[in-house]
Ligand binder design. Structure first.
Ligand code: ADP
Ligand code: ADP
Ligand code: MG
Length: 496
């Protein structure tokens, strides 16, 4: 397993971490720091001054207006905040600057430890086309696809060869943005043009390419973690097939579709892919999985939203391990030490309105009650009385459950969803309850088309939403406010 070091493995102690992110992931990272006796710094926009992660941090620095392009994405300002506060490391979370190689280079130049992969590894994997070339050369199977498309004629020739449908993607893409499925030749040119223009505005890079569209696949990914001493270990798979608009909604580990033999092969392919780009720290290799075959999709060179399901089945704290690796330590476990125990499932809780096609629904949270009990974990960025700002991702929390078997994990998830009270704003929890009611979900018959293939699920979610919260905590805010006002009036009348 050991081989020549990919980076100078000198020890670099970390005493204070600046978290260049917001919401639940900022809290998640700070929790690990606190357990390790490491001080924390939050950076926040004006809109986040009252957020949980700002209150949780030891120190906080305001970095600008609400718009991410004027706050969370301003690299210079964040490095400056680290220098001002004496932070010796930066954790980027996911999204924002987490996959920006030039930010890693700025941290390097400033002598600040970036808690993530080296810039060169990010360069190799950040561009989907280059990543496909890199892993393919290492023997990892990839989805049939093209190099960057400059002339639509090349796209037509590719589609003629592999057949429709095909998928037009941005090379620099992420978050399902810009992707277009094309069913017939007449739609190809408009799809290429639309994807190019979305890619230019969203990622600052109009490069696109085309892949064969795999019919009704599953999304299965492998978590890897590598140290600077040449050790690369995989922590098994996560199945993330339940998606809406190419965005994950429910994730689980292990996958009902993965046998020990497939896990062994996928794990080996993921480790090879990580080695091929000189990877260090935590990363994820995403695969499209269809009838026992798997093809590399992309590598996410960061901590992922769904990392907790892996933590619950392996017992490994991924953020703590990221910090140790960033300090130059060797991984504290080998491949043989990694075991999957039981079943974990994560439900992304988004502030969205089920009645309005799940449009983001920010607003003020009134009553707030998190579920508890055996096998329940909530990673949240909110609290009672908090106002969700409209400028950012609609995900406010993650509900993660663990149980001995998949069936019990589904039961536990449904029980916990019914306990979770988020008053005052609409959430997608009714959709989770509706999905977990479906017989195909219960049986583990999943695909990325699950939601379009089960139209009854959306109708059922609307019904559950109309019923209101399952756990009745009595009078809501409005009732309490009226009662207090009446008491004050009464007191004034008596006193006056
Ligand atoms: P994960 O890949 O961790 O499972 P997502 O793909 O949903 O989760 O992405 C996590 C977050 O990062 C989301 O808020 C998403 O919108 C954002 N994101 C992911 N990739 C990019 C990117 N390349 N550019 C901008 N935002 C991104
Ligand atoms: P992003 O960077 O936006 O996450 P991905 O390449 O990881 O982009 O794709 C996101 C999702 O789109 C996948 O999880 C899968 O559901 C679907 N998808 C991507 N590529 C294909 C493909 N070639 N065939 C079928 N579905 C695909
Ligand atoms: Mg992806």
């Amino acid at each position: 397993m050991a081989r020549k070091p990919v980076a100078a493995p000198g020890r670099r102690p970390i005493r204070k971490v600046l978290v260049a992110n917001r919401g639940e992931i900022a809290v998640r990272v700070m929790r690990a720091c606190r357990e390790m006796g490491i001080a924390t710094v939050a950076v926040h926009s004006e809109a986040d001054a009252g957020a949980l992660f700002v209150k949780y941090a030891d120190e906080a620095v305001a970095i600008g207006p609400p718009s991410p392009s004027m706050s969370y994405l301003v690299k210079e300002r964040i490095v400056e905040a680290a220098q001002q506060t004496g932070a010796d490391a930066i954790h980027p979370g996911y999204g924002f600057l987490s996959e920006k190689a030039d930010f890693v280079r700025m941290c390097d130049a400033a002598g600040i430890t970036f808690i993530g992969p080296p810039a060169a590894a990010m360069d190799r994997m950040g561009d989907k086309v280059r990543a496909r070339e890199t892993v393919s050369a290492a023997g990892v199977p990839i989805v049939p696809g093209t190099p960057p498309i400059t002339d639509p004629e090349e796209g037509r020739a590719f589609a003629a060869k592999v057949g429709f449908p095909v998928l037009v993607k941005a090379a620099a893409g992420g978050g399902g943005i810009g992707m277009k499925v094309v069913e017939r030749e007449a739609d190809l040119l408009p799809a290429i043009e639309s994807c190019q223009s979305t890619a230019r505005s969203a990622f600052g890079d109009p490069t696109i390419f085309i892949e064969k569209y795999v019919a009704e696949p599953r999304h299965v990914e492998i978590q890897v973690i590598a140290d600077a001493h040449g050790n690369v270990v995989h922590l098994g798979e996560r199945e993330c097939s339940i998606q809406r608009r190419h965005q994950k909604l429910i994730e689980e580990s292990p996958s009902p579709a993965v046998t020990p033999e497939i896990r062994e092969r996928m794990g080996r392919a993921a480790v090879e892919a990580a080695r091929a780009c000189g990877y260090v720290n935590a990363g994820t290799i995403e695969f499209i999985f269809s009838r026992g075959d798997f093809y590399f999709l992309e590598m996410n060179t960061r901590l992922q939203v769904e990392h907790p399901v892996t933590e619950l089945v392996t017992g490994i704290d991924l953020v703590r391990t990221q910090l140790r690796v960033a300090m130059g330590e060797a991984l504290p476990f080998t491949q043989a030490d990694v075991r999957q125990n039981g079943w974990a499932m994560e439900f992304r809780v988004n502030a969205e309105d089920p009645a309005r096609d799940f449009m983001p629904a920010p607003g003020r949270i009134g009553r707030y009650h998190e579920p508890g009990g055996i096998g329940v974990r909530v990673d949240s960025g909110v609290y009672a009385g908090y106002t969700i700002p409209p400028y950012y991702d609609s995900m406010i929390a993650k509900l993660i459950v663990w149980a001995g078997t998949r069936d019990e994990a589904v039961d536990r998830g449904r029980r916990a969803l019914r306990e979770y009270v988020v008053g005052g704003v609409r959430t997608n929890m009714p959709l989770h309850l509706a999905i977990t009611e479906a017989a195909d979900f219960r049986a583990g018959r999943l695909s990325t088309h699950f939601i379009p293939d089960h139209p009854e699920v959306m109708a059922r979610a609307a019904e559950i939403a109309a019923e209101g919260p399952a756990l009745d905590l009595g009078a809501g805010d409005a009732v309490r406010v009226a009662a207090i006002a009446a008491a004050v009036q009464h007191h004034a009348a008596v006193a006056g």
